[in-house]
Design a protein around this ligand. Sequence first.
Ligand SMILES: [Zn+2]
Length: 270
Amino acid sequence: MVKIFIDPGHGGNDPGATAYGLNEKDINLNIALKLDRLLTQSYKEVSTRLARTSDTTVTLDERTNMANAWGADYYLSIHINAGGGVGFESYIWNGSFSNKRKTESLRTNIHEEIVENVGWRDRGKKEANFHVLRESSMPAVLTENGFIDNRNEANEMRESNWIEHIAEAHASGIAKAFNLVRKAETEDPQETNTFYRVVTGSFKLENNARQRRYVLRDQGYNSFIVEFTHDGTTYHRVVTGSFQNKSNAEVRQKELERIGFESFLATFTL
Ligand SMILES: [Zn+2]
């Protein structure tokens, strides 16, 4: 099982780069969520974990601690560039470390696959002393996916097609780097139809469930209400996220508990 840790840069209080009404943190998250789904749905023997699944503040230490504690095989940090330029570049740590050669070769696979698939101007394979690259104990790469302050690239970033395209390029780069094998279309229908719902409150009165939804919405979380019957009693569950990947549901659960909402996971099969 190859463990890929996906880090959508910035979030919450930290918008990252901003231009033309866009926040880098939102684009990073959209690419990361899409990439996560592509990897787990399309490839065998891969498991993923996200540093955040919503617009929440996560420190750099928390991010690398999460990846290190999980024992990830790869750390992928997703960013959007700014500062006047165009195209794609990637980074690995500029220090000297034991698995640098391996890190370089994995990065080359991913970098070249992305440049080729997206048809991007190649700004080069670079090195820098970034926290997430230095403090992660596994090979790590950071991608800078276009410039938010370039009008043409910013316009593309608004399109869901663009997000999908970038995520697909990352997925095929990772697949190439780790020799991941594609799942057959019909394989494991059970697995792909099970969802982990994050339940943030279960109420007999529907009105109480609605109140909880409003409070969550004020905190930036969209939710929906589902009915659940146990021993003849109907409950209204407030679902704040539904994930096919259990570990992502757990990340969401922790985010909610950190801001004071006791939550639990419930499986749901289509
Ligand atoms: Zn960034």
